[in-house]
Write a protein that binds this ligand. Structure first.
Ligand code: AMP
Ligand code: MG
Length: 349
C-alpha cells in the first residue's frame, strides 16, 4: 500500500481533503491524523473490522483497548450506559482537551474497539483537524497513537510515516502536536475517580475539580505484583532502539557520571546519545547531546520528549543516557513515559 502524506492547514481546512478522509473512515479504512496530544491512527469506532485493522497496522496486542474520539457531549451519552455527574464536571472544565474518561459502555461500541472490556475510553480532542475529521466520519473515531506498538508516540506526520509506511493509505499532516504526550486517563467506573495514566491534565487539576481522586496503584509500582488497570500501561512502551538509562541525583554528580560512562562506551567504539536539560547541555564532554528544553518549562520538555528519542534512533546511537526530570505537575507524565522508555533502568548517583 502506498502511504500518502497530505498537508492540511488547521486554520483553513481544505474541505476536499477532509471529505476524502471522512469517506475512508466511513468505509472502514484507516487515516492517521493530528491531535493536540500526539498523532492518532483513526478508524471507525463503531466498526469492529476497522478496529481490527488498527491493531494489525500497529502490531498492537488485541487486549489493549482503543480510545474513542468524539466531537460533542451527545455522542458521549449515546455510547455509555450512564453519564455520571463527574463526567459532566470534567467535560465542562477540560473538554475539548487532553483528558480521556473511562465509562461503562452500551451495545453501540463493539468489543473489538474496547479490547473485550465492558468499559470504553472516550476523549473529545481540541485540535481543529481532529474535530473536523470526527464530524466528517460517523462521529466516532477509535484512535491509538499512530506508532508501531512499543515505539515512541508520533508528534509529527513524518514520525507516523517512519513507523507505518506501507501499512496505511493516508496521513493528514497538520504540523507538530502542541502537547506531545498522550492524554490523562481517568476511570469513572469505580467509587473514587482514578488516574490510570498521567498526562497534561495533572492530578492537582483533577482534585480541584472533583475532590478525591486516586492514582491507580498499578501505575506507581514498578514490580509485576500490581497490574495497571489500563491494559496498555503494562507493556514496554515509548522506547527508542538504543538502550536508554536514566541517571538520577544531584546535578553535578549526574553530569560527572554520564561523562564517565559515555567516555568508557566511546572507547569501546559505541555511539552514545545524551538527553539533557538546556541548563546542563554544555557540560557534556563527549557523545551526541540533545537538549530537551529548560527545566523551568516542563511543557516544552513534554513536547520534545518523543521527538528527541526518535532523533537518537535516526542518529543510530547504541546507548542513551538521560538526565532525570522533576515529577511535579506535568512532570509526573514526563517521568512516567521516560521510565517506561528506559524499561525502568535508573542509575542513582
Ligand atoms: P493510546 O491510544 O495508544 O495512547 O493507548 C490508549 C490507552 O488507553 C492504553 O493504555 C489503554 O490500555 C487505555 N485504555 C483504553 N480503553 C480503556 C479502558 N476501557 N479501560 C482502561 N484503560 C483503557
Ligand atoms: Mg500509544
Amino acid at each position: 500500500m502506498n502511504t500518502e502524506i497530505v498537508k492540511i492547514d488547521p486554520r483553513a481546512i481544505d474541505q476536499k481533503v477532509l471529505a476524502r478522509a471522512g469517506e475512508i473512515l466511513k468505509n472502514g479504512g484507516l487515516v492517521a491524523f493530528p491531535t493536540e496530544t500526539v498523532y492518532g491512527l483513526g478508524g471507525d469506532a463503531l466498526n469492529a473490522q476497522a478496529s481490527q485493522k488498527i491493531y494489525r497496522a500497529k502490531g498492537r496486542p488485541s487486549d489493549n483497548p482503543l480510545i474513542v474520539h468524539i466531537a460533542d457531549m451527545e455522542s458521549l451519552e449515546a455510547i455509555v450506559e450512564r453519564t455520571p455527574p463527574e463526567a459532566y464536571v470534567l467535560a465542562e472544565r477540560f473538554w475539548p482537551g487532553p483528558l480521556t474518561l473511562i465509562l461503562k459502555k452500551n451495545g453501540r461500541i463493539p468489543y473489538e474497539t474496547t479490547g473485550g472490556l465492558d468499559t470504553v475510553a472516550v476523549r473529545m480532542p481540541s485540535d481543529a483537524v481532529a474535530r473536523a475529521l470526527i464530524k466528517a466520519s460517523t462521529g466516532y473515531i477509535a484512535a491509538p497513537s499512530a506508532n508501531l506498538s512499543g515505539r515512541p508516540s508520533p508528534t509529527e506526520a513524518a514520525h507516523v510515516k517512519e513507523d507505518l509506511d506501507g501499512r496505511i493509505g493516508l496521513i493528514l499532516d497538520g504540523g507538530a502536536a502542541c502537547i506531545g504526550l498522550e492524554s490523562t486517563i481517568v476511570d469513572l467506573t469505580e467509587d473514587v475517580p482514578t488516574v490510570l495514566r498521567p498526562g497534561y491534565i495533572t492530578l492537582e487539576m483533577l482534585r480541584e475539580a472533583l475532590g478525591e481522586v486516586r492514582i491507580d496503584p498499578g501505575l506507581i509500582a514498578d514490580d509485576a505484583k500490581e497490574r495497571p488497570k489500563a491494559p496498555g500501561m503494562k507493556y514496554r512502551h515509548y522506547a527508542p532502539r538504543a538502550n536508554l538509562k536514566i541517571v538520577e541525583g544531584e546535578s553535578d554528580a549526574v553530569v560527572r557520571e554520564i561523562n564517565r560512562q559515555t567516555k568508557e562506551l566511546l572507547s569501546h567504539g559505541a555511539q552514545v546519545g545524551i538527553l539533557a536539560a538546556e541548563e546542563t547541555k554544555l557540560r557534556y564532554e563527549a557523545g551526541t547531546v540533545i537538549s530537551i528544553g529548560a527545566r523551568e518549562d516542563e511543557r516544552v520538555i513534554a513536547r520534545h520528549l518523543y521527538g528527541s528519542l526518535r532523533e537518537f534512533d535516526a542518529l543510530g546511537v547504541d546507548a542513551i543516557f538521560s538526565e532525570s526530570f522533576s515529577a511535579a505537575g506535568v512532570g509526573q507524565a514526563i517521568m512516567n513515559r521516560l521510565l517506561k522508555a528506559a524499561g525502568h533502568q535508573v542509575l542513582e548517583v
